[in-house]
Design a protein around this ligand. Sequence first.
Ligand SMILES: Cc1cn([C@H]2C[C@H](O)[C@@H](COP(=O)(O)OP(=O)(O)O[C@H]3O[C@H](C)C(=O)[C@H](O)[C@H]3O)O2)c(=O)[nH]c1=O
Length: 195
Amino acid sequence: MHNIAAASGLVDLNVIPTAIQGVNIVVSKPVVEPRGSFIRLFCEEELSSLLDGRKIVQINRSLTCKPGAIRGLHYQHPPHAEMKMVRCLKGRVWDVAVDLRRGSPTFLHYHAQELSVENNEMMIIPEGCAHGFQILEADSELLYLHTAAYAPDAEGGLRYDDLLLSINWPLPVSELSSRDQSHSLLSEHFQGLDT
Ligand SMILES: Cc1cn([C@H]2C[C@H](O)[C@@H](COP(=O)(O)OP(=O)(O)O[C@H]3O[C@H](C)C(=O)[C@H](O)[C@H]3O)O2)c(=O)[nH]c1=O
C-alpha cells in the first residue's frame, strides 16, 4: 500500500501483509537529514484500515538483557483479546506471531522475522494470535501498542518449545521466566481459539 505522504517526501508507513491473515509488517520510511533522522512509529489515520475502529489503550516497553532470552508466547482470551503492535527500540529481536484462530487456514502456523532499530519494522499481531520474541543482541528493547488493557487473569501462553509449533528459534535459549516455562503444551486435539 503506497501512502500519499511518500509522494510528498513526508514520513510514512507502508504495510506489508504476511502469509498469516492479519499479521502485517509496517515499515516506517525514515527521513534522514544532516541532524540525524526521523521516523513515524504509529499513525491512526494511515493504519485506519488495519485498526478498523480499534484504539490503542496501552503502550508498554520491555528491556531484555541476555542474548537468547525469550519472552512469551502470550495472548489474551476474549473479551480481553487484543491486537498488539510491536517494534524494536534498541538492539535486535526475532519476533514471532502464532495463529491460534479456530478454522484459520494458517492455524498453528507462525510468522517470524527480525525487528530492529535498523529495519524500522513493526509487527502487527491480531486477536487470536500469540506473540513472543527472542533477543539477538544484549539489552534489546521492545515497544508494545495494545488495543486492550492488560488482563492477567485472561492471559494464555504457549511453550516456546511446543513440538506442535516447532518454532525455529535462532539462538540457544538463555533465559525464560518461570511463568513462561510453566505454560502447558498444546493438546493434539486443540481446535483453536474463538475470536
Ligand atoms: C503486560 C504487563 C505486565 N505487567 C507486569 C506483570 C509482570 O510482573 C511484569 C512482566 O509481565 P510479563 O511477565 O507478562 O511480561 P512478558 O512475559 O515479558 O510479556 C511481554 O512480552 C510478551 C512477548 C508479550 O507479548 C507481552 O504482551 C508482553 O507483556 O510486568 C504489568 O504490570 N502491566 C502490564 O501491562
